[in-house]
Design a protein. Structure first.
Ligand code: HEM
Ligand SMILES: *[C@@H]1O[C@H](CO)[C@@H](O)[C@H](O)[C@H]1NC(C)=O
Ligand SMILES: *[C@@H]1O[C@H](CO)[C@@H](O)[C@H](O)[C@H]1NC(C)=O
Length: 331
């Protein structure tokens, strides 16, 4: 159908979303940037949705409870730093007429689309209002071991390959609270691009801590100015996940297709998809990433701590001295 404002979409119900997307771009994402707000909108979408369990009552999943019941969910340790994005989203949310769940997951999809290389995520429209906050301890912590991480995700319906796929998100990610002395410290050297760089850089031998020494959930990182989460480190080197992790390196197509599939599941967790409308065509088409990825300057295969026996991809090295990764502006 053609909407009154000229946009074309598969379903008339989706027409209401085009002005919301524009509102988000103007009032939340600084005119469509892959910046701090886009990154944290994706993180928020995860922290909201993972409040769900197949086996016990752990919340309503992708229901927007983290936005509506922020007084409860923001006290949980794993939601440290999330208050930045919920407080930025709340006033915009109130101008849209959407339910909290639709708003949080639309913002996650639109913010991700601002990042070159990202997939255009599915967006299903029609989540009812959340009825209660999620309980504590549904969101994994960077101090968790692989058993705990895989168990929590399995409890929410995700297998090991989906966990690795979802961790592609850390290609557009930085930490504000793991080390509070260095807000906005990225997990890879290309934090504004949805590329496979994070899968490569997490495999490089660690050399230093970027800020105030070793903090809980942090391990040595290869580059100055870069943060490496202990959880990414252990997942990349565990026998259950190492080959899935390594397969992502320089395989943009595998990463985006598996990430998009896992996100499609995550963003409707606990929801009744039969009563929802597929409004994916309201999500902007992300800019492409040309690739291939490269080793950061001065690094090579000799720095890779390979944890999977499959052949490692051939990767060139950026010329010059080892870089210092800059913090994400506005963190
Ligand atoms: C084992 C599971 C995971 C753990 C332990 C984990 C942990 C973390 C931590 C500690 C941070 C930094 C928080 C801060 O200091 O500000 C972070 C950031 C982030 N995480 Fe995860 N995460 C996990 C999975 C995910 C998943 C599944 C997604 C999305 C699908 C996601 C998306 C993000 C994003 C986008 C950021 C960056 C936020 C920003 O730059 O503002 N994470 N994660
Ligand atoms: C929490 O929600 C209230 C509305 O209930 C809102 O005014 C406030 O900005 C939110 N705060 C944060 C940190 O999300
Ligand atoms: C630096 O790290 C130490 C040890 O983790 C901690 O006790 C101290 O409070 C930190 N300093 C700042 C400024 O955060």
């Amino acid at each position: 159908v053609t909407c009154p404002d000229g946009h074309v979409t598969a379903n008339r119900a989706c027409c209401a979303l085009f002005p919301v997307v524009q509102n988000l771009q103007e009032n939340l994402f600084d005119g469509g940037e892959c910046g701090e707000e886009a990154h944290s909108a994706l993180r928020l979408s995860f922290h909201d949705a993972i409040g769900f369990s197949l086996n016990s009552n752990k919340g309503g999943g992708a229901d927007g409870s983290i936005l509506l019941f922020n007084a409860t969910e923001l006290t949980f340790h794993a939601n440290g730093g999330i208050d930045d994005i919920t407080s930025r989203q709340f006033p915009v949310f109130e101008t849209t007429g959407l339910t909290p769940g639709d708003f949080v997951h639309l913002a996650g999809a639109v913010g991700t689309a601002n990042c070159p290389g990202a997939p255009r995520l599915q967006f299903m429209f029609g989540r009812p209002p959340p009825i209660a906050p999620a309980p504590d301890l549904t969101v994994p912590e960077p101090t968790d071991d692989v058993d705990a991480i895989l168990a929590r995700f399995a409890d929410a319906g995700f297998d090991a390959s989906e966990v690795v796929a979802l961790l592609s998100s850390h290609t557009i990610a930085a930490a504000d609270v793991v080390d509070v002395t260095i807000p906005g410290t990225p997990f890879d050297s290309t934090v504004g691009t949805f590329d496979t760089q994070v899968f490569l850089e997490v495999l490089l031998a660690g050399r230093s801590f970027p800020g105030n020494g070793s903090q809980p959930g942090e391990v040595l990182s290869p580059l100055a100015g870069e943060m490496r989460l202990q959880s990414d480190f252990v997942v990349s080197r565990d026998s259950r996940t190492a080959c899935l992790w390594q397969a992502m390196v320089n395989n943009q197509q595998l990463m985006v297709s598996s990430f998009a599939a896992a996100m499609a599941k995550l963003q409707v967790l606990g929801q009744n998809v039969n009563t929802m409308v597929d409004c994916s065509d309201v999500i902007p088409e992300p800019a492409p990433f040309a690739g291939p990825i490269k080793f950061p300057a001065s690094f090579s295969m000799a720095d890779v701590e390979q944890a999977c026996a499959s052949t490692f991809p051939q990767i060139q090295t950026v010329a010059g001295p080892a870089p210092t990764v800059a913090p994400v502006p506005g963190s």
